[in-house]
Ligand binder design. Structure first.
Ligand code: PFF
Length: 527
């Protein structure tokens, strides 16, 4: 049992908190995914749409998560439990909707979906808003299970780069090597184990001496490496072609679909929708400004995503490779690119270290959400919770590692899923990715904004945000844009167009609608 008389842990100060939260946000999503999504969706024009999504949807939701955590001093389950009213019309309406959907599914003989929806409907009636917190804990499990497999690959590639084995003459060789590597149980499971061990060791040490300490060491190293890679790659002959490809806006490629992709990417990249920021916010002192913190974390995350493109595309173009190969860019094209430049093995080594650091600081935040639930709500000692659930995630992740490309190694599970749900993703890895990125995160984000906007109430949330940022409610947005921020209002009272007012409107109306649309688009109901 954890000792309830012990004071709750805290960050030592704002820098530690910002680096830890930015560490969570900056991850494989920035360095592996963002560049190729930009490449596929219209370069600079997509970047612009992405920036708008981060500023007007991502940042307001992040502010809610920080406020929820700091007000309640709890991780997501406890935070919702503390603030949710016993009866909420919204919850009952949602519960009834889910139950009706379940009955229809049964009528159409979709037994698996029917049973799942009925169970979910009953859980909604029983737990209400607290279920959003539980979904965050489950997302911690599912995301980390596949995330740690990819992170494990980076560990393997660091080793291979150091051993000079990434010397592929052509991309086809690199592809063959990669396919062999991820399907070899020894490598895949071994690297996945090592990565999980690193996460466990850091989270085990606690908030200040584990997460904060390592974020303070690793994040500056990450900035330094990405900067070095940009300088190296921008100075290759022909590099400007890559910069042009990356940043020249092609507005013809901007469709409703790409806008919704940008929104989904912003959510994943900012670690929103599953309570990481609620948990991290709960360790923050009341004197710190949540507004400045949101600005710093969102800004750093976006900066690193943009820099990742600049570290990758110039080199790809300079060596005459095609940039639009999607997810294989980092593990297949890049090693081949590095193989052709002087001291290539060293640069490849550095690049995969960068990827590992990014993945590690995100991985620990995912494990922390699961751990914090058992520490806060079940009163487990932190060390026990970390080891038990780190090991459980390792086991779940092993299934992802074994069935990364198809189901051939998990045929029984595949058959069961097909029987019950009449559908299954191409592999267990894809199933976990789909469940978390397309379902749990967007729905979590949706309910976090609905909850803050309509149940807890923007007024109470604003009270919390104003602790440490007293002027947030008063800054006149129009004056701010006009550079007249500190001009006192002429008639005494606060002017209507304040930042806080805009935040409230976004949280109550714009974010829920936008997230809902993005969600329906990703699950294929809106084309
Ligand atoms: N933000 C991380 C990335 O960009 O890779 C991934 C992530 C971490 C998503 C934590 C969600 C989360 F809760």
């Amino acid at each position: 049992m954890s000792d309830p008389t012990q004071p709750r842990e805290k960050w030592s100060g704002r820098t530690g908190f910002i680096l830890a939260a930015a560490g969570s946000a900056i991850g494989l999503g920035n360095i592996w995914k963002f560049p190729y999504v930009v490449g596929e969706n219209g370069g600079g024009a997509f970047v612009l749409v992405y920036l708008i999504c981060v500023a007007i949807i991502g940042a307001p939701v992040m502010l809610c998560e920080f406020a929820l955590g700091r007000r309640t001093l709890r991780s997501p389950v406890g935070a919702f439990r503390a603030l949710a009213t016993k009866t909420s019309i919204l919850v009952h309406l949602i519960g009834i909707g889910v139950l009706i959907a379940g009955i229809f599914a049964l009528l159409f003989r979709c037994w698996g979906w029917g049973a799942l929806l009925l169970a979910l409907g009953l859980l909604i009636f029983r737990h209400g808003w607290v279920l959003v917190g539980f979904s965050g804990v489950i997302a911690g499990f599912t995301i980390l299970s596949f995330y740690s497999v990819v992170a494990g690959w980076t560990l393997g590639y660091i080793w291979k780069a150091a051993a000079g084995q990434l010397n592929f003459p052509t991309v086809t060789d690199a592809q063959a090597h990669f396919a062999n590597f991820i399907l070899s149980p020894g490598w895949a499971l071994g690297c996945h184990f090592l990565f999980m061990l690193m996460c466990i060791l850091i989270v085990y040490k606690g908030v200040q001496s584990g997460i904060e300490r390592w974020s303070k060491i690793l994040m500056p190293v990450l900035f330094f490496i990405i900067f070095a890679l940009i300088v190296r790659n921008l100075t290759l002959p022909g590099a400007m072609e890559g910069v042009r490809f990356y940043l020249t806006p092609d507005f013809s490629k901007i469709t409703t679909g790409s806008i919704l992709i940008a929104l989904g990417q912003a959510f994943f990249s900012l670690s929103l929708g599953m309570g990481v920021m609620i948990t991290y916010g709960s360790y923050l002192d009341r004197r710190e400004s949540l507004v400045t913190s949101t600005r710093s974390v969102g800004g750093l995350d976006t900066l690193i995503a943009l820099m990742a493109g600049l570290a990758i595309f110039p080199a790809v173009f300079a060596q005459g490779f095609s940039p639009d190969v999607g997810p294989g860019l980092v593990f297949q094209v890049l090693p081949t690119v590095f193989n052709q430049i002087p001291l290539g093995a060293f640069w490849a080594f550095l690049f995969f270290i960068l990827l590992l650091i990014a993945a590690l600081t995100s991985g620990i935040s995912l494990l922390e959400v699961v751990t914090a639930y058992f520490v806060d709500e079940r009163r487990w000692p932190r060390r026990r919770a970390t080891i038990v659930f780190g090991a459980a995630i390792f086991l779940l992740g092993s299934l992802c590692a074994l069935s990364v490309t198809d189901w051939s190694r998990l045929q029984a599970l595949h058959a069961l899923l097909l029987k019950v749900f009449a559908t299954a993703k191409p592999s267990f890895f894809d199933t976990m990715d789909n469940l978390s990125s397309n379902w749990l995160l967007p729905l979590g984000g949706l309910f976090i904004s609905l909850f803050t906007g309509w149940v807890w109430g923007t007024r109470h949330a604003l009270d919390e945000i104003r602790q440490g940022a007293p002027s947030f409610g008063n800054v006149h947005l129009v004056s701010l844009l006009a550079g007249l921020k500190d001009l006192p209002p002429s008639n005494g009272g606060p002017p209507p167009y304040t930042l806080a007012a805009f935040w409230g409107i976004f949280i109550r109306f714009i974010s829920p609608v936008a997230i809902m649309l993005a969600f329906l688009h990703t699950i294929g109901w809106l084309t």
